[in-house]
Each structure stands twice: as structure tokens, then as C-alpha cells.
Design a protein around this ligand. Sequence first.
Ligand SMILES: Nc1nc2c(c(=O)[nH]1)N[C@H]1C(S)=C(S)[C@@H](COP(=O)(O)OP(=O)(O)OC[C@H]3O[C@@H](n4cnc5c(N)ncnc54)[C@H](O)[C@@H]3O)O[C@H]1N2
Ligand code: MOO
Length: 393
Amino acid sequence: MTLLSVEEATARLLALADPVATETVSLGEAAGRWAAEDIPALRTQPERDLSSMDGYAIRFADLPGPFRVIGESAAGRPFAGTVAPGEAVRIFTGAATPEGTDTVMVQEEAAREGDTLTLAGEGPGRAGRNVRPKGLDFTTGDLLVARGERLSAPRIALAATGGHGALPVRRRIRVAIAATGDELVPPGTPVAEGSLPEGNSAMLAAMLADLPVALIPLGILPDRLDAITAAFASVDADVLVTTGGASVGDHDLVRPALEAAGGSLDFWRIALRPGKPMLAGRLNGTIVLGLPGNPVSAFVTGSVFLRPLIAHLGGAADTRLRTQPAILGEDLPANDHRMDFLRAETRDGRVHVAAIQDSSMLRTLARADCLVLRAPRAPKASAGDSVEILRIA
Ligand SMILES: Nc1nc2c(c(=O)[nH]1)N[C@H]1C(S)=C(S)[C@@H](COP(=O)(O)OP(=O)(O)OC[C@H]3O[C@@H](n4cnc5c(N)ncnc54)[C@H](O)[C@@H]3O)O[C@H]1N2
Ligand code: MOO
């Protein structure tokens, strides 16, 4: 049996559909989505020279003074006149520096008596001290956020300051989630002998909580071809994610149901551990992603495939997994043909891989703060070696 590499499966999955349609929404609604267009500055920031401190606006050449204080400049209420040699203006943080001044003396270094101001400390040191020049942050027309970049909190603030009240983004991705399995009961309900609480749907919903999705919960589908086919045929979503029933057993019906509903399989089975039996296909306008039922397998495939797929549909320019190097805590054997994602915990600056990696074991997953990536056929590794990890907590 040939298994698709993780890289090839990722490329094929993302090739199944283009990003969804664009809409323009308020800054609050845009947060966490990806810019659908380049976002330019509509204004210059600061729009003129501003003080960065509370103190006195002066001409540097006039130091050490004394100065005559002739007025005040506050944020939003600038001093209207021009400052002549020997004069100063009381100024506050964020206020425009008046015409004729080039430097701000902080108030901690100033002595004032009536309108007379003298230097009482080391002084500003150089012309331009404590002044933010016009355009320090950006100038009209500058690119603030590039198309495809995520609208993080700082980028939302940048766009707001750049003059935008609404931003072009992709609409939310509609994600239907279905669990399959006769043994499953909804979490929190009585569990008869032979049954099992259904945890994967809640886990997947939690994994997507920071992404711009609209979830469509389809609940638990029984292991019957007609029931799964009917549920598939009536789905109205961009992505349908199922868990369970993806393997080769007699009750593994996701693949046959996809075809019976009129959809087509694109690929099945990945060189990945855990997560081998994952499948992907299309059904009308919906991408169908069949994740394995084992909870850890569902988590790993959700991390490696589902989250990047949502980002791709949401217009993200970069959908790659954000891995990082870490130092291995103990030796690992050589790997076989499947890429491994091993649950591990960081302690004392090293990542310690859990001894048992059974894909049913949620407690080791819940304790893990990262997954250690092991490439197919990776040679054995020793404690102290550098490995790539994917942070999960
Ligand atoms: N003969 C073979 N058997 C299996 C193979 C194989 O290649 N040949 N692959 C194994 C691998 S690897 C995996 S992973 C599993 C996944 O199979 P399925 O996707 O068909 O998953 P199920 O059999 O439906 O369930 C597996 C396991 O997980 C529990 N489960 C399922 N859904 C949920 C849920 N929503 N919440 C909690 N737990 C769930 C289920 O009860 C099973 O215990 O197949 C191997 N078999
Ligand atoms: O791939 Mo299965 O997910 O190894 O347990």
C-alpha cells in the first residue's frame, strides 16, 4: 500500500478549493482573519512633529536658557503661534511641537518660576530630543498590512490608526463537524456498557476557536451507509470534517458514503503516525476531510491538515505549520516510512517524548505542550540533538 507523504497530501488538499469570497467588515469582525487586499495607509502618522514627553518645547540652540514660557500645547489643542528665540511652550505627550521649536526639555529637568524657565538638569543633549518627527510610524500610501497577512491585534490597531474603519477579508469558513460510530454518545449523557463519550467534535471545535469559522455541528452519525450518505448529501458547508470510520474495517463507511452521496475521493491514507487513514475529497462545493477516529489521530490530522485548510480558504498567504527547533530530552530510535508527531513535554529546556504513543490516549495529549516531528526514515536521534517541534500549548 503506498501512502501519500504529508507534503503531497497537504498540497493536494489545498488545491481542492480557492479562498472563499471577500467581504468588508468592521475592525472587530476582521480580527483574526486574513487581509483580502493590501491595506495602505490613508494618512501619515504622526501627521506632524509631536512631543514624546511632558515638558517644554524649546529651540535647542537657546540652551541653557533662561526661557520665557508663552503658551501651551496639548494633544488635540496645539499652540497656534510661532516660538521666537528665548521662548518656550509648555507641552504634553502627544502634543504638536510649535513652529520654531525643535526639542523638548522634560519637566523633571526644568525649573519654572512664573513665566521664567531654566534648565535644572543635564538637558536634552541634542536637537530633536523627545520629538517624534512627522511620518515616524508611516506615511500616506505606505503598505500597512499585505494581502494574505493575518489581522492580529497589532495589525488591527495599525489599520485603525492608518485611517480604516472596515477591512476587506474573506467571509467566515462554514465548517460542518460530524462524528461517526455506533459506540458514541454525546458528552455528559449516561454511558451504557460498550458505549463511549464522543470527544472528537468538541476537540475539533476547540481547535478552530481562534479561526474565522462558522461551525455547523452535525452530531453523531451511526455506522450505517444510508445514514452517513444522507447526512453527507444534505450538507451545506465549505468543509465537512468527519471523525472515525476512515479505516479499512467493515464499519468504516466514510469513503463509501462520500461516493454514494455523489462526491469523489481525492486521496486516502497518509504516511503519518498517528493519522494514517485520513481521506480527502469533494462533494459538490464542499471539501470533505475524513479524519481518523482515534482522538490523538484526529488531533494530529486536525493540526496538520484542517487548520492549514481553513487558513488557505480564509486567504492566508502562508499556511505552513509553524514548527521550531528544540532540544531532545532522550534518545529516539530510527523512524520507519511514516512521519511521526510524538507527544512531548518541555522540562528544563528539553522536550521529553512520552514513552507510550498509543493514538487513543488523550491524557498524554493533554499533558503534552508540543509534538516532536520525525521525518520518514529519520535516523536515530540522541538526547541533546536538535529536533523540530510543533507547539500545542
Ligand atoms: N486492519 C487495520 N486496522 C486499522 C488500520 C489499518 O490500517 N488496518 N488503521 C488503524 C489506524 S492507524 C487508525 S488511526 C484507526 C482509525 O480508524 P477509523 O478512522 O476507522 O476510526 P474508528 O475505527 O471509527 O475509531 C477508532 C477509535 O476511536 C474511537 N472514536 C471514534 N470516534 C470517536 C469520537 N468522536 N470520540 C471519541 N472516540 C472516538 C473509536 O471508538 C475507536 O476506539 O484504525 C486502525 N485500524
Ligand atoms: O494512524 Mo493511527 O492514527 O496510527 O493510530
